[in-house]
Write a protein that binds this ligand. Structure first.
Ligand code: AKG
Length: 219
């Protein structure tokens, strides 16, 4: 049984739950998901390739290609539905959201990111979901990273926070559309699993410019 520290409010409507998740329990589930829906480097609008490898589980999976971003019920590589969300994932997401004050979170989408050394994600907003009243729950597994947290405007000041194995970030409400990202990983391998309530399905809505660097805006 993990002993998680108390939730820390790091900005308005943004919570860090240190050590809330147990990577020893979760990483085997990530491996099982990737056996069904392998990690891949998707293209982003404009044609560059993401540095981070991704896969999904749950009813809807986040996808990107040269035309835009979209949630889809099936894996474009296989045409099969994404693997089901493991009950342990769902339980974690619901408990983490409740710890941040969002008591009726029922995610239908779980994006799994895999970072190798040098991979990062540029500042972006998560805005392809139908309902911005629902929070985001983002779980860090493995190597530590520097997480960038800005404001709801692209030019707002950005603060960096170290995220370690098992840390969970939850944001929503006034912070639901904050710009955030991850600096290129310096050592090791990191997985991130991000839970969202994405549906009902929205049309593809690209946002923000993309670049060809290793850490680029994603949404
Ligand atoms: O890896 C992370 O901590 C954040 C990932 C992220 O921002 C995203 O998938 O939208």
């Amino acid at each position: 049984m993990l002993l998680a520290a108390a939730p820390l409010q790091i900005a308005a409507d943004v919570w860090l739950l240190p050590g809330f998740a147990d990577s020893a329990q979760l990483l085997p589930l990530v491996t099982a998901i990737a056996e069904q829906a392998p990690f891949r480097h998707m293209q982003v609008p404009g044609g560059a390739t993401m540095a981070v490898a991704v896969t999904n589980c749950g009813e809807l999976g986040w996808t990107s290609d040269a035309h835009g971003y979209a949630y889809r019920p099936s894996d474009p590589l296989s045409g099969e539905p994404w693997p089901a969300m493991p009950p342990r994932f769902l339980d974690l997401a619901v408990r983490a959201a409740a710890a941040g004050g969002w008591r009726d979170f029922q995610p239908d989408a779980c994006l799994v990111n895999r970072y190798a050394v040098g991979a990062g994600v540029g500042l972006h907003q998560d805005r392809n979901e139908a309902d911005f009243m629902q929070p985001i729950v983002s779980v860090s597994l493995g190597a530590s990273c520097r997480f960038m947290l800005g404001g709801v405007k692209r030019n707002d000041p950005v603060r960096s926070h170290d995220l370690h194995d098992g840390d969970v970030m939850v944001w929503g409400g006034s912070a639901r559309l904050v710009f955030h990202g991850v600096r290129p990983l310096r050592l090791g391998t990191r997985h991130n699993i991000t839970f969202r309530k994405a549906g009902p399905l929205a049309a593809s809505r690209p946002s923000g410019p993309s670049t060809s660097t290793a850490s680029r805006p994603r949404r």
